[in-house]
Design a protein around this ligand. Structure first.
Ligand code: BG6
Length: 476
């Protein structure tokens, strides 16, 4: 389905995501002339606003969250916007929205509301002719809290929208550097012959944050790091790193390969995961309270998780995938590290040869570094002196003049254009939940309690031990 939508409806238009990401992204796309001239954007929410007040709201959001040099002519963008007040749980309001949208339109609907509102919203849309073959729907996480609830959401959506009209967001897939992973692997001959258990010792994926609970106390406490970050973003990164080469860069081929990896994830052993919860400390240059103090009560929710995963297929047999993510860690960094094996035989007696390491920096630094062994310049009589040196590509330097885009810009453009390649298919989400549910069941069986770690550290010492037991150090 590559028909372009000419109307975009934003549910939850006055919410946090809309304010921080969606409206600024749409304005930036408009400034770069990437939106069709006739694209109209209809915001809906419970707040009592008229078109003018919604445009003001959007202007403020854009001025707050989009750099001035990316705004273009904001007035033209604001003219695309209109507003329809709607309480999705009642039947009133939908006919006003349907009138605003009009007949013979191709509609993209973005639900940036709580998942508990998806079902009534879809019912309301269907009852007013807005869920037909001329509309597509886009869903934001969290899509459930486990496989069962995720299936219930997916079933409710599937009752009105076929899979080729359902766009599930994982905003990591909208990040330029995440897409670059696909380019790195499949636009270069260099890596693919080495990309397997014969040449790779292990892979690390780190998604570390310095922020704490922010304003999402209740949501986060009922989710925890495993469901908030591993189930979606980290498993998508893992799938892109580990998938077989797809036959083409299209939605079917790429997602077919990703889902095979997700389904091949081995059930974790109890000893292959570590959870943690932060205590007060210094993070991001400030003194910060502990999780329970921020929350205002005791809690068993994990704010950190480290896992040792395995993919049971030919390519990855025996290659551990160490993953860790957490809040209030020492640095904000997302990176993937591919540790190659040592050379099979060293001809340099006395020299310590470090295995090659490919570091793919996703954020905040966007760079790719390959560490290699090289000769230290000089004349030695007792054999060469060798040292590890980095071969470094800093993406911003390689592509000067290209501005950094918000992940949602790519995703909104693809939603409007009908391209599902960077959206998550139902079978992927379900395979992700299946693996995560098994981990949670193990934790429950073992009555696992998160270990404490100080804010500003790299997590509990047990996470270091998880890797060190195998002779592996986390990349820092
Ligand atoms: C969200 C999580 O999906 O991703 C947040 O709910 C997390 O807890 C965020 O902070 C991280 O996204 P990014 O783009 O800042 O790495």
């Amino acid at each position: 389905m590559k028909t372009k939508a000419d109307t975009l409806i934003l549910f939850g238009a006055t919410g946090d995501l809309s304010q921080r990401m969606l409206l600024p992204s749409l304005c930036a796309l408009d400034a770069d002339n990437l939106l069709a001239e006739d694209l109209r954007i209809v915001g809906t929410a419970r707040s009592e606003l008229d078109d003018a007040a919604f445009r003001n709201f959007a202007r403020e959001a854009i001025e707050t969250y989009l750099p001035a040099d990316r705004r273009g002519s904001m007035a033209e963008f604001l003219n695309r916007l209109s507003y329809s007040q709607l309480d999705v749980t009642t039947t009133e309001g939908y006919s006003d929205l349907a009138d605003k949208v009009g007949q013979n339109r191709e509609v993209a609907i973005f639900l940036s509301t709580a998942p508990s509102l998806f079902e009534p919203t879809i019912k309301g849309l269907a009852a007013h002719g807005l869920a037909d073959n001329n509309s597509r729907i886009c869903l934001e996480k969290p899509l459930g809290t486990d496989l069962e609830s995720s299936c219930a959401i997916n079933d409710a959506v599937a009752g009105a929208f076929s899979e080729d009209r359902t766009f599930r967001i994982d905003h990591y897939l909208g990040k330029e550097t995440v897409q670059n992973l696909i380019a790195l692997r499949f636009a270069n001959i260099l890596f693919e012959p080495l990309w397997n258990s014969q040449h790779i010792d292990h892979i690390q994926i780190t998604v570390a944050e310095t922020v704490g609970l922010e304003s999402r106390v209740d949501f986060y406490d009922s989710a925890g790091a495993l469901r908030d970050m591993v189930q979606n973003h980290m498993l998508q990164l893992l799938a892109l790193v580990a998938m077989e080469p797809p036959s083409s860069f299209d939605a079917g081929a790429v997602r077919d390969e990703k889902v095979k990896v997700l389904r091949a994830l081995r059930k974790l052993d109890a000893k292959e995961s570590v959870t943690g919860q932060y205590r007060g400390g210094a993070s991001g240059g400030e003194i910060v309270p502990g999780y329970d103090e921020e929350l205002g009560r005791d809690s068993d929710t994990e704010t950190f998780v480290a896992l040792k995963g395995h993919i049971d297929n030919w390519r990855w047999q025996g290659v551990p995938f160490y993953m860790r993510t957490g809040k209030r860690l020492a640095e904000r960094v997302t990176e993937i590290i591919v540790h190659f094996r040592c050379v099979p035989h060293s001809i340099f007696p006395g020299a310590k040869l470090h295995p090659n390491k490919l570091v793919i920096g996703i954020q905040p630094e966007e760079n790719i570094t390959l560490s290699m062994m090289a000769k230290v310049p000089g004349i030695e009589q007792e054999g060469m002196t060798l040292r590890e040196v980095p071969l470094n590509i800093a993406m911003p330097d390689a592509f000067t003049g290209k501005h950094k885009r918000i992940a949602y810009e790519r995703l909104l453009l693809d939603l409007i254009g009908g391209d599902q390649t960077l959206f998550v298919r139902r079978d992927e989400v379900e395979a992700q939940w299946h693996w995560v549910d098994d981990i949670r069941a193990t934790w429950e069986a073992e009555t696992n309690q998160p270990k404490t770690y100080n804010a500003g550290s790299w997590g509990p010492s047990a996470a270091i031990a998880l890797a060190e037991r195998d002779g592996v150090s986390w990349h820092e």
